[in-house]
Design a protein around this ligand. Structure first.
Ligand code: ADP
Length: 370
């Protein structure tokens, strides 16, 4: 067995790759990123190659420099992943699992034995008789883009004219949304973190609260089992977010992301092993780390770009006010609504934690100034 420390190649150089750098350094493993641009969030501070992930020869040349290839987004064409695999490159998760994070219709069909909203793939508006429903682009959507609440046949027809085919789902009148992060290694070792409640505004996650405060311990175990079962069923390697709707005593699988995910950002300080470290361990087939929480509650708030360009000065006030607040800035260009950083806060009083994090978000966005 080689004693050389391996190189993990990440396709993408955004904030998820950026947050993988510190644990990679600690573990002593090398990272190499395939970036779109040297100015990408993670490319600013670590080894990378600039190239187009849609170009097979570029990705092939990149893969030659790495021991294992993994992803920080779902945009790489499946045909490229398959070509790498045919070349003998180790790709984790493999094309056989990854497709279910790229294609929502394939995921719904494959997971038909798991609880989910009823659904069908539709190319003609007349196929749907009762409204409202949720229509989704089959691939390529994120942060609520590519998801529409559709009230009538005419609206559905307009969407179909635009994109040809959609996944139509039953509109679940859920009580709240949770996500369960799970990690699985090629050996089949798997761990989950405590389920997290995700708070969304306009389709964008603004805050997460862990453990999900309203979830009973029985349902929490059920949600973790669901995530572990899905990871096992799909042969996932690496970390995966399973987004779930909670309605009464019922859980409905919404979607899967096979990479570190926004709903796991709290793990950086909130867990003994962060999602970023666990992803590296999993794709390298190292034993997985302990996912236990480091405090009773962890609240994460996403900092979204507003009109303010200056994101540095507000730190001063917030650091003075709440010394326990932990900042993570992605060094991305500020654009309205874009996720440019997050804060984490740990403690025992969940109501206070939520208030403090909300204050930090409002202050950062300029909504309040004291
Ligand atoms: P993406 O993460 O790709 O933007 P999702 O499939 O997670 O898309 O949907 C975004 C949001 O739309 C969800 O977080 C949820 O609030 C809402 N949504 C999605 N599917 C349904 C559904 N079947 N019923 C009710 N709301 C839904």
């Amino acid at each position: 067995m080689s004693k050389r420390f391996p190189t993990v190649g990440i396709i993408g150089a955004g904030q998820l790759a950026r947050m993988s750098i510190a644990p990679a350094e600690a573990l002593g493993v090398n990272l190499l990123l395939l970036a779109n641009d040297s100015n990408d969030s993670a490319a600013q501070i670590t080894h990378h190659i600039v190239g187009d992930f849609r170009d097979l020869e570029t990705v092939r040349a990149f893969a030659k420099k790495c021991d294992v290839i993994t992803f920080e987004h779902e945009l790489i064409p499946l045909s490229i992943i398959k070509a790498l695999e045919a070349d003998g490159v180790v790709v984790r998760p493999s094309s056989e699992s990854f497709i279910f994070s790229q294609n929502k219709a394939a995921m719904r069909d494959r997971l038909s034995n798991f609880p989910a909203p009823s659904h069908q793939t539709v190319s003609n508006a007349e196929e749907i008789k009762s409204f409202p429903v949720i229509a989704k682009a089959i691939s390529g959507g994120y942060d609520g883009r590519g998801v529409w609440k559709v009230e009538n046949s005419a609206e559905l027809e307009m969407i179909l004219k635009e994109i040809g085919k959609v996944l139509v789902e039953e509109l679940v009148d859920f009580d709240y949304e949770i996500a369960v992060m799970v990690a699985r290694s090629p050996h089949g070792q798997a761990t989950t973190w405590a389920p997290t409640q995700t708070v969304q505004r306009d389709g964008i996650c603004t805050m997460t609260i862990t453990p999900a405060p309203q979830l009973t311990s029985q349902m929490s175990e059920q949600a973790q089992k669901l995530a572990l079962d899905i990871a096992h069923e799909l042969g996932v390697v690496g970390v995966m977010a399973v987004e779930i709707f909670v309605k009464g005593e019922n859980l409905y699988v919404n979607e899967l992301a096979m990479r570190p995910h926004n709903s796991g950002h709290w793990t950086i300080e909130g867990s003994i092993t962060s999602q970023f470290e666990q992803h590296l361990r999993a794709v390298l087939d190292l034993p997985l780390g302990n996912p236990a929480m480091t405090s009773e509650y962890a609240v994460m708030g996403n900092i979204l770009g507003g009109d303010k360009e200056d994101m540095y000065r507000p730190y001063l006030h917030l650091m003075a006010r709440t010394p326990a607040l932990k900042f993570h800035h992605y060094k991305k260009e500020v654009r309205p609504g874009r996720k440019i950083g997050h804060v984490n806060l740990l403690g025992n009083n969940v109501v206070e934690l939520v208030q403090e994090v909300q204050h930090a978000l409002d202050y950062m966005s300029g909504e309040i100034d004291e």
